[in-house]
Design a protein around this ligand. Structure first.
Ligand code: UD1
Ligand code: UDP
Length: 360
């Protein structure tokens, strides 16, 4: 039996094609949501919109710190594993939920299957970098999205078997992009600009630092183009805490939004001129053949160098002078973009389920 664990927004989105593939093949699986992301617009909306089954198990976490939450999640997942006795537990990416799920699985004797294995930012400030390394080294099945990710794993002599599959985000866009065009009409009509850049910003090492968050607000203030900005709950909290929320609200050329559902979000993404973001997933989404946008990565490192090499992504950090001058240059020069994505051909979930089917 296969268990699939999710806990945050990007995991639901990126595991959706795997879950639907399992369902379409009639395979028996248990679907678990850890409760790390709990707001409707950070969790349930995706389960509904993407046509996923209700999770068989989901939890409410009481702790707030990463350690407390990881501990609680392990206890919950251990109980589920004792009842369901999965042969293999599939996790995705690099969040605290996924570390908890991988540890819980290993400790009950299940095999861990890691979707999106082998990414490395070599930036030890990032909790995600710790998480990726831990998960990769206790996984039996490692689904690397690219050859470069596979090489990272080989260099670290991981224990498990490596499969290069592509990234399931490309499968998700293939599945949902045409319906998104229809479903995002309303949100697009609410945007008062003809042309705009799309902004997201939530990385802990960025938004928990008052100076970096101030720099980000300055970027918004001085942007040469209007911006659409759905605000992540972590960032909203920090903007309030650091006394920056009112300032952001007053910027006339920035349209603030609640976090958007996936169908709305990718509809807006498709219509945007350019993306400014510190998101991991967005660095992949901009490379989809039907999206093809430039992204300024508001970070000093990336674990997705494939997007940089292919010409989609520019790692610019958060210094307003650097970000704004690069923004102007890219908008003016419009550097050419390839027709294909470095993150796969949209068949990653099939390849992954081929392996899971044999394992579970
Ligand atoms: C987490 C992941 C990050 C991922 C991101 C996706 C870790 C270490 N980080 O970051 O890798 O990119 O999810 O969005 O696992 N909050 C709410 N409601 C929610 C969720 C969060 O209010 O539904 C607020 C809470 O104040 C919470 C804070 O955001 O304390 C941070 O949430 P958390 O899940 O710890 O990390 P993210 O920043 O969301
Ligand atoms: N996303 C969304 N609504 C939003 C912002 C992002 O549906 O308001 C989607 C986006 O399309 C991508 C995923 O959320 O698939 C990225 O999640 P996030 O940036 O939170 O996490 P990361 O990828 O950085 O781990």
């Amino acid at each position: 039996m296969i268990a699939v664990v999710v806990g945050t927004r990007p995991e639901i989105i990126k595991m959706a094609p795997v879950i639907l593939e399992l369902q379409e093949r009639g395979l028996d699986f248990t679907f678990v949501h850890t409760g790390q992301h709990h707001d409707y617009e950070m969790s349930k909306i995706f389960i509904e919109e993407l046509g996923l089954p209700e999770p068989h198990y989901s939890f409410v976490l009481r702790g707030e710190s990463p350690g407390e939450q990881i501990g609680e999640m392990i206890i919950h997942l251990d109980k589920v594993a004792k009842v369901k006795k999965p042969d293999v537990v599939a996790v995705q990416g690099d969040t605290n939920s996924m570390v908890a799920a991988a540890i819980a699985a290993l400790k009950v004797g299940a095999d861990v299957a890691h979707v999106e294995a082998g990414l490395r930012s070599y930036d030890w400030r990032m909790p995600e970098e710790h998480n990726r390394r831990m998960i990769d080294h206790i996984s039996k099945y490692l689904f690397a999205p690219t050859e470069e990710a596979k090489r990272n794993l080989e260099e670290e002599h991981v224990y498990g078997e490596i499969y290069v599959t592509g990234n399931t985000i490309i499968d998700a866009l293939d599945r949902y992009l045409s319906v998104a065009e229809e479903r995002s009409r309303e949100v697009l009509e609410s945007i008062p600009f003809d042309e705009f850049g799309l902004v997201t910003f939530h990385r802990a090492e960025n938004v928990d630092d008052p100076q970096t968050l101030k720099d980000f607000v300055r970027i918004l203030e001085r942007s040469p183009i209007p911006l659409v900005y759905p605000v992540h709950p972590r960032t909203r909290k920090r903007l309030f805490e650091f006394g920056l929320w009112e300032k952001v609200k007053e910027i006339k050329h920035v349209k603030l939004m609640e976090p958007l559902g996936y169908l709305e979000f990718i509809g807006v993404l498709k219509e945007s001129l350019i993306v400014l973001s510190d998101s991991g997933g967005l660095q992949e989404e901009v490379t989809h053949p039907k999206i093809r946008k430039h992204i300024l990565v508001l970070r000093t490192s990336t674990e997705r160098p494939e997007a940089v090499k292919a010409g989609f992504a520019f790692v610019v950090g958060t210094n307003p002078v650097v970000v704004l001058s690069t923004l102007e240059r890219v908008l003016e020069e419009k550097p050419q973009l390839p027709e294909t994505s470095p993150f796969g051909d949209g068949k990653a979930s099939r390849r992954i389920v081929d392996v899971l089917e044999g394992a579970g």
